[in-house]
Design a protein around this ligand. Structure first.
Ligand SMILES: O=P(O)(O)OC[C@H]1O[C@@H](O)[C@H](O)[C@@H](O)[C@@H]1O
Length: 251
């Protein structure tokens, strides 16, 4: 009924783009921060941040500072690290990350956060079936998003951007955060399924040898999700509830 192999007892859900419609919020905030920075740095050769390619390839799913470094590296730009307290106008990795975070926060507070209804139903079904439910996200805003959406009561634990810093874990595409999620549930990686919409996220699921990796395709990148390690790709988690056989999974 859940579209998962029988030996899976735990679901590890990414947040942004899997449970909540916040991947677009992050992409828009990144665009604003990077475009302001790039324009200021070299107005004549300004090439805007692309919310499709640049976001999916260099930023999506990764911890904030990795997103800054990896996108800027793709443009041949290397900034000093700076420090976590840097103001949003500082030309440092942390400064630019803080500029983006101020914009994310503003958007969350003014526009609110949408939950994918198929994901809410799937979470409820997983709970009713007695499986464990952990959110594994690179975002340091995870706690706030779970609270404002009411999803907090449907999940049992969380590994997020704050945990990564506290426990010195590597961000996705390294498997560390998902491995920490499995550990939190007290299960082996082979007993856990990973739900991810980001290329870096499915790669992390593959790298950690998890029991099953579900790619969630919100933007038309099914082939790339498969190529990066998804066992199956769905457009919405509700498809897993339909009882239709999913390739590689037992219904
Ligand atoms: O800046 P935050 O909220 O800590 O989030 C870091 C990253 O978290 C990931 O979940 C998102 O996919 C990225 O887009 C985001 O940049």
């Amino acid at each position: 009924m859940l579209g998962l192999p029988d030996d899976v007892t735990t679901c590890l859900f990414d947040l942004d783009g899997v449970l909540t419609r916040t991947a677009t919020v992050h992409a828009a905030a990144w665009k604003q921060a990077f475009d302001e920075f790039l324009k200021q740095r070299d107005p004549e050769h300004f090439t805007p941040f692309d919310k499709g390619h640049d976001y999916d390839e260099y930023v999506d799913g990764k911890p904030r500072e990795d997103g800054v470094r990896d996108f800027l590296a793709s443009r041949g730009i290397h900034l000093p690290e700076g420090s976590p307290d840097d103001g949003p106008d500082e030309a440092t990795v942390y400064g630019l990350g803080n500029r983006k975070n101020a914009e994310v926060q503003r958007r969350i507070l003014t526009d609110g956060v949408d939950v994918y209804e198929g994901s809410r139903r799937y979470l409820q079904a997983v709970r009713d079936a007695g499986l464990r439910r952990i959110v594994v996200s690179s975002s340091a805003n995870t706690r706030q998003v779970l609270e404002v959406t009411g999803l907090a009561e449907l999940v049992e634990g969380r590994v997020d951007g704050v945990t990564l810093v506290e426990q010195h874990l590597r961000g996705k595409p390294a498997p560390d955060s998902f491995l920490a999620g499995a550990k939190l549930a007290g299960v082996q990686p082979s007993q856990a399924a990973v739900f991810e919409d980001a290329l870096a996220g499915v790669a992390a699921g593959r790298a950690g040898n998890f029991g099953f990796v579900i790619g969630v395709d919100r933007v038309g990148q099914a082939d790339q999700l498969r190529a990066h390690g998804a066992d199956v790709v769905v457009r919405d988690l509700a498809e897993l509830l339909s009882g239709e056989p999913t390739s590689g999974a037992q219904a």
